[in-house]
Write a protein that binds this ligand. Structure first.
Ligand code: 5AD
Ligand code: FES
Length: 434
């Protein structure tokens, strides 16, 4: 039943986007719980109705006023029908939309990360995804072209100290041929990913990019690690549009422990250089790293906001028996859902993949996060004979399937979610850059 929502002219004081989000949040809350919410503008201690449904007079006796900040509040009618926890969740969600202060926002993020979250957070994140990104799922064909790595990150199976991995490098021709086959499968983006392998010079990478641009109609995303500003500029000029470089964790102490041969500040500088070079930039972190707390994850999310990213890749940490972190616990799908939902609500229109890692810890993992904010999938296009050697973490899905299988599977997944496969390039939804 459609409910009429009355709006007073007091709402003029709210920014249009925020107003729209509050309206959708109110609808979402009213669908899930047997309550009615009125949004209020507070002016010099006077509560002025802003919007909400018409109510019966008797509901006035079962109402609770909640001050969200100095100028905004909500009144919840039939409030006795809510548990204290539900009331807390609802209040915290309104705060996620409204709060600007970093410290206060962090507290609310931590609240969601530390508590069992009910459906409301996921449902609202799904609505925000629909408003800002639509129903399209973007496919990015992943080509893992080299598993050599110059670094020794404690968590990663490609670390140079891991002697158990059979190393491979694809030739330029092989990479270009895979990109061409991707185009035949209707992919509009290929992602060229490798360990930090300096055997490929920038000139060689630029040549590969130029060839792919000439021979296919695909956008190119690179994920080849830390390089300098001049190199990034060359790669951008050669025609690559996007670049992925996760910061992995925003906690400098944890970063130092897990990436002993990298420098946190240098990595953040790379992200700024990438932006300056005109790339659409993706970054992100792992969830469930040993030593990671809810506070640290909240800082990760705030850093994502501050970096104003175009794409955000988040995956659960999965301990790899061939690394020093072999016997540590892996990240949970529940925590992943909360993080994806929070990131969607806070960053609005970023491209957020349902990562292969989340599909690897739970057979329904990708579907679960696609239902609470994610809008991208990255099927693997690496040739069969190399795939099993790109062992960042164990039990990776899709190692046995070939590109056709993955394509079919992702298509079926999309339909079952009531979504569509995007036909365009799926460039950044942020205001266009150079
Ligand atoms: N578990 C999950 N993800 C991992 N990555 C590296 N090692 C692991 C692991 N053990 C992620 C990192 C890296 C991306 C390519 O893979 O976040 O940026
Ligand atoms: Fe590879 Fe499903 S995406 S089989």
């Amino acid at each position: 039943m459609a409910k009429e929502i009355f709006i007073s002219n007091q709402t003029e004081t709210l920014n249009q986007d925020i107003y729209r989000e509050l309206k959708y949040l109110t609808e979402c809350v009213e669908q899930l719980y047997p309550i009615i919410v009125h949004f209020i503008n507070i002016k010099a201690n006077r509560w002025e109705f802003a919007f909400g449904q018409n109510i019966d007079k008797q509901l006035m006796f079962d109402a609770k006023r909640i001050e969200l900040d100095k100028t905004q509040g909500i009144i919840i009618y039939s409030v006795s029908k809510l548990s204290a926890k539900q009331l807390g969740d609802i209040q915290a969600l309104y705060q996620l939309v409204l709060v600007k202060n970093r410290q206060i926002l962090k507290q609310y993020i931590v609240y969601f990360l530390q508590n069992n979250v009910e459906e409301i957070l996921f449902k609202f994140a799904d609505i925000i995804r629909k408003i800002y990104c639509g129903d399209e799922i973007h496919l990015r064909g992943l080509i893992e072209f080299s598993n050599y790595c110059a670094r020794d990150c404690l968590y990663c199976g490609l670390r140079k100290d891991n002697k158990a991995v059979l190393r491979y490098r694809l030739s330029s021709k092989e990479i270009i041929d895979i990109a061409k086959s991707a185009m035949l499968l209707n992919y509009k983006t290929v992602v060229l990913q490798s360990g930090e392998d300096y055997a490929y010079s920038i000139e060689q990478l630029c040549d590969i990019v130029r060839e792919i641009k000439q021979q296919t109609d695909c956008a190119i995303t690179l994920s080849v690690g830390e390089r300098g500003l001049a190199d990034y500029q060359k790669l951008r000029q050669a025609g690559a549009e996007r670049y992925l470089l996760r910061f992995e964790t925003s906690n400098q102490e944890l970063f130092k422990k897990l990436k002993p041969d990298s420098d946190y500040k240098a990595r953040i500088k790379c992200l700024k250089d990438l932006k300056q070079s005109g790339f659409q930039v993706g970054s992100g972190c792992m969830i469930g790293l040993p030593g990671q707390t809810a506070e640290i994850i909240a800082e990760d999310i705030l850093l994502m906001l501050e970096l104003d990213l175009d794409m955000i890749g988040i995956g659960p940490f999965i301990s790899n028996p061939e690394t020093p972190l072999q016997s540590t616990e892996k990240g949970s799908v529940e925590m992943m859902r909360k993080v994806i939902a929070l990131v969607r609500i806070l960053t609005k229109n970023t491209h957020l993949p349902a990562t292969t890692a989340v599909g690897s810890i739970d057979p329904q993992g990708r579907q679960k996060v696609l239902r609470c904010g994610a809008n991208v999938i990255m099927p693997n296009l690496t040739p069969q004979m190399y795939r099993e050697h790109y062992r960042i973490y164990p039990d990776k899905i899709c190692v046995k399937e070939d590109p056709d299988d993955c394509h079919g599977c992702v298509g079926a997944m999309t339909i079952s979610l009531g979504r569509t496969i995007a036909k365009g390039y799926g460039h950044s939804l942020k205001t266009k850059r150079a």
